[in-house]
Design a protein around this ligand. Structure first.
Ligand code: SUG
Length: 445
């Protein structure tokens, strides 16, 4: 049986905007209240998906969520017609309105944690939506994320969906952004790495002091239990609190793994030697590559600004690996020099492809944030909703759909325009038909 790792990218929603909602995410804070271009953002994301498909990889599409989240605004006491809810919120609580308008579900690395069937006790692919408790705008996502994932991976024979963890910071869970899997082959049992920012129940462990640690050890342990993973195949690693305080709000801003390669910055983890030792032991006998990027070559600040580690590390059909990097990496001399050197080293990484995802980058979302990885066997892939797998026809259709429905500029002031609700709903209604998702959105129910 053949196994592949598919990337499911989040389509950027029609209300993509810059609201400065994420304390600890330097780009989000820096670009607060800039004017966005949702159409360009969605087209950039689609172009990245098309490039990966052209490289011979399986590429899927995950639908965005409905925004503004009027149900939440009503729950917070705004009443009357949709237009009235909007005008009241804009006048009385503009920051809350902006949060309810965020298109943040585009970053599907935070949609869920996924364990492939080769690792789980019942031989099914397990999904747990992330609760994203640390940021209010993101905490609105898990319910609908679960619905979208069930609509794409609906066959219970192959796919098992769990409810998101309890909604409390003690179990703060940010999904695959803090989870990596190393393996000799996608079809073989691998080592699942869970990287956490702090322990909720053991105050003696170090924690960041300036910015929040969004993922707890206890959340990661719960996911491993839910997915029925063998403890001999799991490694729990604490992120270096000092790098969280410098803007590394998820581990995928400082490390990425694929196959038998772990690519990470020297300062990424609290205790790198112990982590490497445990990974090595649990990985078994096969070839394993730790590619550690020294601070002397790439400073932490350059890593955060360019998202060098938010690259997608993918295995090409040839067996060689490639990094899918944001163009910011090409434009930074130190990072560009490092990448040029990397492809000449004795590691599986032979190619680097640069993608322009600037609209997402300005909110702190690089190429790897935009995708959820799902390793699948042939049979499991055949059970995935085929309308969500990108082919040339779907690519063309989505391109036209974006041009038809999306605005090319959106400022914070535009969020008070009731026409944006109607436009977004029309777009999403058509999208559920294109992707054959059924009725997943509150306005359709
Ligand atoms: O959660 N930004 C997202 C970026 C998520 C990136 N994902 C990964 N690293 N996997 C976040 O901080 C900013 C929204 C705003 O400010 O308008 C935002 O939500």
């Amino acid at each position: 049986m053949k196994h592949v790792e598919a990337n499911f990218d989040g389509l950027v929603g029609p209300t993509h905007n810059y609201a400065g909602l994420s304390l600890g995410n330097v780009a989000s804070q820096h670009n607060a209240h800039a004017t966005s271009n949702p159409r360009e953002a969605a087209q950039q994301g689609l172009a990245k998906m098309a490039s990966l498909r052209n490289l011979g990889l399986v590429q899927g599409v995950l639908a965005p969520q409905e925004r503004p989240d009027l149900a939440t605004l009503r729950r917070l006491g705004f009443t009357g017609s949709d237009a009235r809810v909007l005008s009241q919120a804009a006048a009385q609580a503009p920051a809350v309105l902006a949060a309810c308008y965020s298109a943040s579900s585009m970053w599907t690395a935070n949609a869920a944690t996924v364990s492939p069937s080769a690792d789980t006790f019942d031989g099914r692919v397990h999904f747990t939506p992330a609760n994203l408790t640390n940021k209010f705008h993101r905490s609105l996502e898990p319910e609908v994320t679960g619905r979208i994932l069930r609509a794409v991976f609906s066959d219970e024979h192959h796919f098992c969906h769990h409810r998101h963890l309890p909604e409390h910071d003690s179990f703060g869970d940010e999904g695959a952004a803090n989870h990596t899997r190393l393996c000799a082959d996608y079809g073989q049992a691998g080592v699942e790495l869970f990287v956490y920012g702090r322990s909720a129940f053991d105050p003696s462990r170090p924690a960041p002091s300036r910015y929040p640690a969004r993922q707890t050890l206890e959340a990661s342990q719960a996911i491993a239990r839910l997915h029925g993973l063998d403890s001999d195949s799991c490694v729990f690693i604490q992120q270096n609190p000092a790098v969280i305080d410098q803007g590394v709000f998820h581990n995928d801003v400082i490390a990425v793994g694929n196959g038998n390669v772990l690519f990470y910055h020297q300062q990424a983890f609290l205790d790198t030697q112990t982590a490497r030792h445990e990974i090595r032991e649990k990985f078994g006998d096969g070839e394993l590559h730790f590619i550690e990027v020294p601070t002397a070559e790439v400073s932490l600040q350059d890593a955060v600004q360019t998202y060098l580690f938010n690259t997608q590390l993918v295995s090409l059909p040839s067996g060689q690996m490639a990094l899918i990097a944001p163009t910011e990496c090409r434009d930074n001399p130190a990072v560009a020099a490092y990448l040029a050197r990397l492809t000449g080293l004795e590691t599986p990484i032979r190619h680097v492809y640069f993608m322009d995802v600037k609209q997402s980058m300005r909110n702190g979302g690089g190429p790897a944030c935009l995708r959820l990885r799902v390793a699948l066997s042939d049979t499991e892939l055949a059970a995935v909703n085929p309308a969500c797998l990108l082919d040339e026809a779907l690519q063309l259709r989505l391109g036209q759909w974006i041009d038809k429905h999306y605005r090319d500029r959106l400022s914070i002031d535009d969020l008070r325009d009731p026409a944006l609700i109607t436009e977004s709903r029309a777009a999403l209604d058509e999208l559920t038909q294109i992707l054959k998702l059924g009725t997943i959105y509150p306005f359709q129910r």
